[in-house]
Ligand binder design. Sequence first.
Ligand code: FPP
Length: 257
Amino acid sequence: MRKLFKKTQSAWEPEKLPRHIAIVMDGNGRWAKKRSLPRTAGHAAGAETFRRIATYCKNIGIEYLTVYAFSTENWKRPPEEVEKIMQLLEKYIIEALGKMERDKVRMKFLGDVAVLSPRLRELVAKAEKLSKTFEGVQVNVCLNYGSRDEIIRAVKRYTADQIIESNASTESTKNMEETIGSLTEEKFSKYLYTADIPDPDLIIRPSGEHRVSNFLLWQSAYSEYYFTDVLWPDFNEKELDNAIIAYQSRERRYGAI
Ligand code: FPP
C-alpha cells in the first residue's frame, strides 16, 4: 500500500505518482572535472545524491526505486575508480543495515553479484535477507548489471529448467515444440533479475546523455523517459519533482489509441 506523502505538496498529483522510478546515475565524472576534483569525488557526491533521492522517494510514497550503480561494462574503468565505487557501495550497505529496521527500506541487488568481493557479496546477501519483509520503499541497486547479460542468463536458466523438467517427466520425450510454444512474456519475466518487480513507469537519465546504456531493456518496453542536463550529483528533490510532473503530463497508451 502506498504511504501518504509527508512533504508539502508539490505540483505533481499524489494519486498519479509513478509506482516505480528507475535512474541512470550519470554525470559524476563531469561534475568532478568541473571542480578540478578526481572522478572518485564525483562518485562520492553521486552516492550522497542517491541517499537523498532514496529518502525523498520513501517520503513521497514511491514504491520502487531502481538505480544503475555499476554496469557489466564499467569494469573497463581504471581499477582505482572501480575500487572507489565498490567502497562506496560497501559503505552505503553498512549504513543501510544500521537503519533498515527504522526506515523499513527493502533492498535488492540486481545483477551478477557472484564476481564481487566476498565482503561485498556478504553485505549484499545480509541486506537482502534482513530487509526482505519490510514494507517501505523497495530500493533496487543494479550492481554488475547489464540488460543483455540479464536476458541471456534468463534464456539459459529457462532452457535448463525445461531440460530438468523433461528429464523428470515420465513421458521422457517432452516435445520441444511444446516447450518453445509454451513460453510467454510473463513466464520469461520471472527469469529476469526483476522477477516480481513491476516494470518502471519512469526512467530518468540526467547529465544530458540520451542513451539507454543496456539498462532494463526488457522492462522499459512502456516506460516514460525523462532526460535532463543536470549532472547526477546536482540532482535533487526539485529535479525529481520536475521529472514526476513531466511524467504526469504524458498520456500512456501502451500501444492502444
Ligand atoms: C556514471 O557517471 C556513474 C557510475 C558509473 C557510478 C555510479 C555510482 C555511484 C553513484 C556510487 C555508488 C552507488 C550507491 C548506490 C551508493 P560517470 O562516471 O560515467 O560520469 P561521466 O559521464 O560524467 O564521466
